[in-house]
Design a protein around this ligand. Structure first.
Ligand SMILES: O=C(CO)[C@H](O)[C@H](O)COP(=O)(O)O
Length: 231
């Protein structure tokens, strides 16, 4: 589905605001990263101003940390609170089995750690994120330690990927963990995301992938006809 940016932003905002309504007093929350997660963070800030009291929130990136601090969300860490009640984040692609491709913003490692520490992971998105197959619109991002990135590129190519070290605004992109992101496109398609994820993880030097397999508890899509909850 194509939509004007402002329309798409309204849908992201609606999904983010709906997710903020799911936060209850005393909860420990994980904060995602990206434009849709930003709408959630802002809506959560407003709910806190209106009297909601949470036990704390763990951001999945430095950017989300800064926005959350700005809107008055009490921040904590996974070291202080290793188990969270709820994680809310966006995604780049969502397939019919609610498998996700994430990491266009480069925060995939912390996002996956925070998501896996939460009892429930709710994804917020607009309809453009729904795909029939992962890899349709976005490359699979793979976070890699800078030392020995060339052998990792060769191993990724052997898996059928066209693999490129991410560059942003003319410079090599460095993640919040001081690593590189290698964007992998699979021209032959991704028939089994779970097996691809497992094979990429076998490569020494790989920190994490942007494939989030069977991690999402629910997806909230904001769209032209209001909100859609999956399942
Ligand atoms: O995975 C992510 C960042 O690493 C984001 O969740 C994903 O890129 C979606 O971003 P947006 O909400 O801006 O479309």
């Amino acid at each position: 589905m194509t939509a004007h940016t402002s329309e798409q932003d309204n849908w992201k905002k609606a999904a983010g605001e709906a997710a903020a309504q799911l936060v209850q007093d005393g909860m420990l929350i994980g904060l995602g990263t990206g434009s849709t997660a930003n709408y959630f963070i802002q809506a959560l800030g407003l709910r806190l101003q209106a009297g909601l009291q949470i036990a704390g929130a763990v951001p999945s990136s430095n950017a989300s940390h800064d926005l959350a601090a700005q809107v008055g969300i009490p921040l904590t860490t996974l070291d202080a609170h290793p188990e969270l009640d709820l994680y809310i984040d966006g995604a780049d692609e969502i397939d019919p089995e609610l498998r996700l491709l994430k990491g266009a913003g480069g925060a995939l490692v912390r996002e996956k750690i925070v998501a896996s520490s939460a009892q429930r992971f709710i994804v917020i998105a607009d309809p453009s994120k729904q795909v029939s197959h992962l890899g349709q619109n976005f490359p699979v991002p793979v976070e890699v330690t800078p030392f020995g990135v060339s052998p990792v590129l060769k191993h990724l190519q052997a898996l059928g990927a066209s693999a490129q070290i991410r560059v942003k605004n003319g410079s090599t992109f460095i993640s919040d963990n001081s690593n590189l992101i290698v964007d992998c496109r699979f021209p032959q398609g991704i028939s089994d995301p779970s097996s691809l994820d497992a094979r990429i993880h076998q490569i020494v030097g790989v920190v994490e992938t942007g494939l989030f397999i069977h991690m999402a508890s629910q997806v909230i899509i904001g769209g032209p006809n209001g909100l859609q909850y999956l399942p």
